[in-house]
Write a protein that binds this ligand. Structure first.
Ligand SMILES: CC(C)(COP(=O)(O)OP(=O)(O)OC[C@H]1O[C@@H](n2cnc3c(N)ncnc32)[C@H](O)[C@@H]1OP(=O)(O)O)[C@@H](O)C(=O)NCCC(=O)NCCS
Length: 215
């Protein structure tokens, strides 16, 4: 959370899975992160070019990407769950997240983590790993609150969360969450298109009125 900004009460956000069609929105969201946030998110001073390559390389067919859109259909938060297969069939996944500065402190980071954990669990993942800088108090707080064990190694920290196997509740909850988020997305898309259409109509009638006055 940007501690200098007023505290917000947690807002329940509709979190949906993203696909290749959302690459432009993901790119826009990540490019808007400032230098420090890019460092915290990627662990290095990611340039625009690094971010472009990262977004181009997202594997929507095997990894999972989650997002939160605002009413203007701008992506204001996203998380990436990258699967890794370790020895003896043990599956793990790495979690990375970013929330637009103006939307921080509303619990979005925490909710994205909870969503990713549920998804990972339902897909047979047994361990979630987070690599974060030790100075990243917000990320480490989210990990600890989610039940992860954090091991500090100097300037870097690793969080590990062991996941229980999926059960009926985790499967149904995820299904309902995704359905609800998709429905809200379509409502937002409808409103967005209606607004665009209304603006075009207003411009067109203003032009028509000007032409009439000039005639
Ligand atoms: C880390 C990040 C995703 C957190 O997003 P967010 O939506 O603001 O986080 P939340 O609102 O869910 O806050 C989660 C918890 O962290 C705590 N927290 C937030 N900012 C904090 C800070 N600067 N110091 C200490 N705790 C902090 C919150 O108080 C909250 O705990 P609480 O419920 O006990 O109060 C966001 O700051 C971000 O995008 N940072 C840049 C990228 C990054 O660091 N990614 C993580 C590395 S993968």
């Amino acid at each position: 959370m940007d501690r200098s900004s007023p505290a917000h009460a947690p807002v329940r956000a509709p979190i949906r899975t993203l696909g290749a069609e959302h690459r432009p929105a993901i790119l826009k969201h990540l490019l808007a992160l400032d230098e420090r946030d890019r460092f915290l998110r990627f662990g290095y001073a990611a340039t625009d070019e690094h971010i472009r390559r990262y977004v181009d390389g997202l594997r929507f067919d095997c990894d999972e990407v989650f997002g939160i859109f605002n009413w203007r259909l701008q992506l204001i938060a996203m998380a990436h769950l990258a699967y890794m297969v370790q020895g003896r069939g043990r599956h793990s996944a790495e979690f990375g997240v970013s929330v637009s500065r103006h939307a921080r402190g509303r619990g979005y980071g925490e909710q994205l983590f909870a969503r990713a954990v549920r998804h990972a669990r339902n897909h047979g993942v047994t361990v979630i790993v987070i690599h974060a800088l030790s100075e990243n108090a917000a990320m480490l707080s989210i990990a600890r609150k989610g039940g992860a064990t954090v091991v500090r190694e100097g300037p870097e920290s690793q969080a590990h969360l062991e996941l229980p196997p999926a059960d009926f509740e985790s499967s149904v909850t995820e299904l309902l969450e995704e359905q609800a988020a998709r429905s809200q997305y379509w409502v937002k898309l409808g409103r967005h298109r209606l607004r665009q259409w209304w603006r075009r109509l207003a411009g067109w009638s203003a032009r028509l009125a000007r032409r009439r006055r000039a005639a």
